[in-house]
Every structure is written in structure tokens, then in C-alpha cells.
Write a protein that binds this ligand. Structure first.
Ligand SMILES: NC(=O)C1=CN([C@@H]2O[C@H](COP(=O)(O)OP(=O)(O)OC[C@H]3O[C@@H](n4cnc5c(N)ncnc54)[C@H](OP(=O)(O)O)[C@@H]3O)[C@@H](O)[C@H]2O)C=CC1
Ligand SMILES: O=C(O)[C@H](O)COP(=O)(O)O
Length: 486
């Protein structure tokens, strides 16, 4: 998959260099040294990839389901065998700490195996006409779930292996072929995922992967006539712009979040503080499901803030190879953006209870208390280690505040009163509400969806299987009614 140190792209079962000979280089987030070099795919390359995917799909769809499942299981085993090498790529490309990088690979193998199993159970159904008023039982409807065709899978930088597999595995088991557009930061990690399917013996053209900048090849990819579905995880701006450009094809969009943690006065504050620290700062808060705002219902504000600050002080800051909790954010422009939110909150008088500090792209975990709604940090998604805390007077005020966000991915509520928790869950405009726990996508078979600007459709193994298939029915019109008897 590479020539010298330069990685190739995967087309029709073959690792190739770009037709233009153009490559691009990627630097590590933590010291700006070269991480990898890979192909900058041209429109010609992309055309070749779609043609191959389109051609391979029909025979793949006719491959028995048990056999497709075997390929997936083999790919999962290959990932497990190579978890350390793939983790090295994750460490270098996206500065995820080593332990979390290894778990991303293992979690991905689990996800692929689970998808293989679940996919073999995805059955159609038989419907009969006599259940509808006035009808006789003279029509049998065979309802099948059929593949969509070629799925364009676009993962983000923060889970280039796992969020790629969460699209590829359900697509393959349901008989689709895939074109992976790797994220520019994280491209090699995603290529390793493609390589696992290639090495597992998946037929040529079924799994393809292109590399190149989204800003250069994104439009050509997403508007290509041979794309039958796009599954994208990324920022709201990217998602929205893709939605506006593509025609009438199914879309699965997992976009940004501004997940709120609502802490009620009767909550177990130790539990809440622990979940908030872990939820807000894991992988330096570069998770769509990170806790991005705390709404502390008085009078527990002071006590909660004290416990959160104690937890934050225990976080380690440094190099991903040292398993630091906080590592460099993805690039300079991200660090600059986060800093601009910090300066805005500082200037407008928020209390900096865990102070901001920066060395290059490494940002120390920062907590602002007494954040007000005129501060940008109350609404924006920093995608970096800065946590705003807002004091509110009631649960109703907390819900109203959270619902003013344009995003609606997840939210969480801490309380010992399950009735109140259910009521708040009913009221929050988010795809998921966690009770007494931090927001999280996993376990990966749970449904995962955003309301409002946070997305379109649902992910999660079974829900992705549904998303990557469509219903086809064959109606058998009988000359006489059919009532099977014992
Ligand atoms: N809801 C969820 O599940 C998740 C949401 N996110 C959100 O993603 C953002 C951070 O991830 P990040 O990777 O920076 O997001 P981006 O939106 O910048 O990129 C996501 C993916 O889209 C590609 N892309 C960029 N422009 C286009 C285009 N015009 N057409 C097609 N593809 C394009 C990128 O390629 P390239 O890298 O080459 O630009 C990348 O592969 C945050 O806002 C975060 O909340 C992240 C993870 C999960
Ligand atoms: O990409 C993301 O940020 C995720 O979908 C979040 O996944 P996680 O909750 O497992 O970190």
C-alpha cells in the first residue's frame, strides 16, 4: 500500500498512485514534523474509483450473506492482529493517546463483527392483503431490503478508523460497495481500515479509498453521478454544504454537537463531576459527544465547580505516546479558534477557574464558571479542552438554555429523581439523553442521531443497516385467496 514512504490509494483491488503524480503531506499535531505523505487524487482517479465500485456492487450483492459476513469477520481479525501498527498511525496523525488509539482499533473490530452478525439477521417480511380493510387475502407482498448501490463514506479526523468502519461495515454486509474519502488528517489510519478489507479478500472494487483534500475533491465526489448514498460525519458547515449540493440521494449525516450536562440540586455531585470531567476532556474534547456546556442548577453550583476543578487538576497534559489525557489539538487553526473563544469569555468577565495555557497546539484544560449567554463559548462548539459552566435557577431554565442551541446531538441530566430525569429527557431537543452518565455514542449498537443541525438519520449498527438499504416489494396477485392451514 505504499511506495517508499508514500501511501497509495485503493481502486478496484489495486493500490495506485494518482494519475497526476500529485501527493500531499500531513504533519503531526504535536510537533509539526511530517507524519505521512499520500496521494492527492485527481478527478480521473475518482472517476475510476466510482466506475470500479459501481461494477463490483452487483456481484457483491449476489454474494451469499454468510459469505459477506465471513469477509467482515476476517477484516476484523486483521485489525486486531495489527492494532499496534494502526494505533501508531492514529497517534501520529491525530495525537490520540496510545491507549485510546489501541482501543479505537479494537472497538472497530468489535463493531465490524457485531455488524456481520446483525446483518445476517436483517430479514425482509411477508405481508398479506387481508389485513387492510375491505381486502381479500389474494395478494402476497414479499418485502425485501435491498442495497442502495455505491456508498460514499466520509469520516472525520477524530475517529478515522472507527467512524469509517461504522459506515463501511453496514454498507458491505447489506450488499453495497463503498468509496471511502479519507479525512486529510487521519488519512493513513483510514487507509489501514481499507487495507484490512482488502487483505480479507473482499472482491476487487467493493472497497475503494481515495485521499485528497475535501476542499478540492469534495464537490466532485459528493455530486458524482455514480454515488447512491452519502454517509458523512463532520462539522455542521461541511454537512450543510453537502446537503445543499447533492441531488435526491439518501444521506446519513452526523454533525456537530453542543451537549449540555444539566446537574439538578438532588444529584450525586461526585458522580456528576467525574462524568463531566471525563465527558468534557477525553481526547482533548475533540468528540462530537463531549460535554460542551454545564448547566448547574443552584444552589449546588459552588460545590459542583469545586469538584470539577479537583478532577480537572488530575488530568495529565502532554504527548500522546505518554498516554496523556490532554494532547495537542488537531492543528493550529483549531487551536487559534479555541483561543479566540477563551479570549472572548475572559474579556467578558467569566471566572477562569482552571486557567488557560497554550504551547503550540497543546492547550491546557480550561474551565470557565459564571459564563453568560453573551459569551461565544456558551453557544459555539470549541472542539477543544475548554468547558463553560452556566449557573441557572431551575431545571426549566436549564432545559430552555440547552434547547436554544442550534445543535441537538446529546444531552445529559444528573439527578436522583427518575421522574424528573424522564421529564427533562422528554423536553430536551436532542437525539439522545443520558441519565446520570456522560454523553457517548457507544455502545455502538445503540442508535446515534442528532436533532436540529446535528444531523440527519440515525447511526448504530441496526439503524445503519436500515439506512443503507431500501425497501423493494414483489406483489404476487393470486387467482384465489390463500389461507395456509394447519
Ligand atoms: N456527530 C458526530 O458523530 C461527529 C461530529 N463531528 C464534527 O466534526 C467536526 C470535526 O471534524 P472534522 O474532520 O474537522 O470535520 P470536517 O467537516 O472538516 O471534515 C469531515 C470530513 O469531511 C471531509 N470534507 C471536507 N469538506 C468536504 C466537502 N466539501 N465535501 C465532502 N467532504 C468534505 C473532510 O475531508 P478533509 O479532512 O480532507 O477536509 C473530512 O473527511 C466537528 O464539528 C465535530 O462536531 C466529528 C465527529 C463525530
Ligand atoms: O466522533 C465523535 O466524536 C463520536 O461519534 C463520539 O464517539 P464517542 O462518544 O464514542 O467518543
Amino acid at each position: 500500500m505504499k511506495q517508499g514512504n508514500v501511501f497509495k490509494f485503493l481502486v478496484n483491488g489495486e493500490w495506485r498512485t494518482s494519475s497526476t503524480g500529485k501527493t500531499m503531506k500531513e504533519v503531526t499535531p504535536y510537533d509539526n514534523t511530517e507524519a505521512y505523505e499520500f496521494q492527492s487524487c485527481s478527478q480521473q482517479d475518482i472517476d475510476d474509483v466510482f466506475k470500479a465500485a459501481n461494477k463490483a456492487q452487483r456481484s457483491w450483492a449476489k454474494t451469499p450473506l454468510w459469505k459477506r459476513a465471513e469477509y467482515l469477520k476476517k477484516a476484523a481479525a486483521i485489525l486486531r492482529e495489527n492494532k499496534d501498527e494502526i494505533a501508531t498511525a492514529l497517534v501520529k496523525e491525530i495525537a490520540k493517546n496510545r491507549k485510546s488509539s489501541v482501543s479505537e482499533v479494537v472497538r472497530t473490530a468489535d463493531l465490524i463483527e457485531y455488524t456481520a452478525e446483525e446483518g445476517t439477521r436483517l430479514a425482509g417480511k411477508l405481508m398479506t392483503s387481508d389485513s387492510f380493510p375491505g381486502q381479500k387475502r389474494d395478494k402476497l407482498c414479499l418485502v425485501h431490503r435491498v442495497p442502495l448501490g455505491v456508498i460514499l463514506c466520509i469520516p472525520p479526523f477524530n475517529y478515522p478508523v472507527n467512524l469509517c468502519a461504522s459506515k463501511v461495515a453496514p454498507a458491505l454486509i447489506t450488499g453495497n460497495s463503498v468509496v471511502i474519502k479519507t479525512p486529510s488528517q487521519g488519512a493513513v489510519s483510514a487507509l489501514y481500515l481499507a487495507a484490512a478489507f482488502h487483505l480479507a479478500g473482499v472482491p476487487a472494487g467493493v472497497v475503494n479509498a481515495v485521499t485528497g483534500k475535501g476542499s478540492e475533491i469534495g464537490d466532485f465526489l459528493t455530486t458524482h453521478p455514480l454515488v447512491n448514498c452519502i454517509s458523512l460525519t463532520g462539522g455542521g458547515t461541511t454537512g450543510m454544504s453537502v446537503c445543499k449540493k447533492v441531488g435526491m440521494i439518501p444521506l446519513q449525516m452526523e454533525l456537530g454537537g453542543k451537549d449540555a450536562a444539566i446537574v439538578l440540586p438532588d444529584a450525586d455531585l461526585d458522580l456528576a463531576a467525574k462524568a463531566i470531567v471525563s465527558g468534557a476532556f477525553s481526547y482533548s474534547a475533540q468528540r462530537c459527544t463531549a460535554v460542551k456546556i454545564v448547566l448547574a442548577v443552584e444552589p449546588i453550583g459552588d460545590e459542583l465547580v469545586k469538584k470539577v476543578v479537583e478532577g480537572v487538576k488530575k488530568l495529565t497534559v502532554g504527548h500522546p505516546e505518554d498516554n496523556s489525557d490532554i494532547t495537542a489539538v488537531i492543528n493550529k487553526s483549531s487551536a487559534d479558534y479555541i483561543e479566540s473563544l477563551v479570549m472572548d469569555a475572559r474579556q467578558k468577565g467569566a471566572s477562569e477557574v482552571c486557567p488557560y495555557k497554550r504551547e503550540g497546539n497543546l492547550l491546557w484544560p480550561t474551565v470557565f464558571d459564571h459564563v453568560r449567554e453573551d459569551m461565544k463559548i456558551a453557544w459555539e462548539e470549541p472542539f477543544g479542552p475548554v468547558l463553560p459552566i452556566v449557573r441557572v435557577k431551575s431545571a426549566e431554565e436549564a432545559v430552555e438554555f440547552a434547547n436554544r442551541s442550534t445543535m441537538g446531538l446529546q444531552g445529559c441530566v444528573f439527578t436522583n429523581d427518575i421522574e424528573k430525569a424522564i421529564h427533562i429527557s422528554d423536553e430536551l431537543s436532542t437525539g439522545t439523553v443520558q441519565v446520570n452518565g456522560q454523553p457517548a455514542r457507544g455502545p455502538d449498537h445503540f442508535p446515534f442521531q442528532g436533532f436540529k443541525d446535528s444531523g440527519l438519520g440515525s447511526q448504530g449498527v441496526y439503524f445503519s443497516l436500515e439506512a443503507m438499504t431500501k425497501i423493494k416489494s414483489t406483489v404476487i396477485n393470486l387467482r384465489q385467496e390463500s389461507y395456509p392451514m394447519n
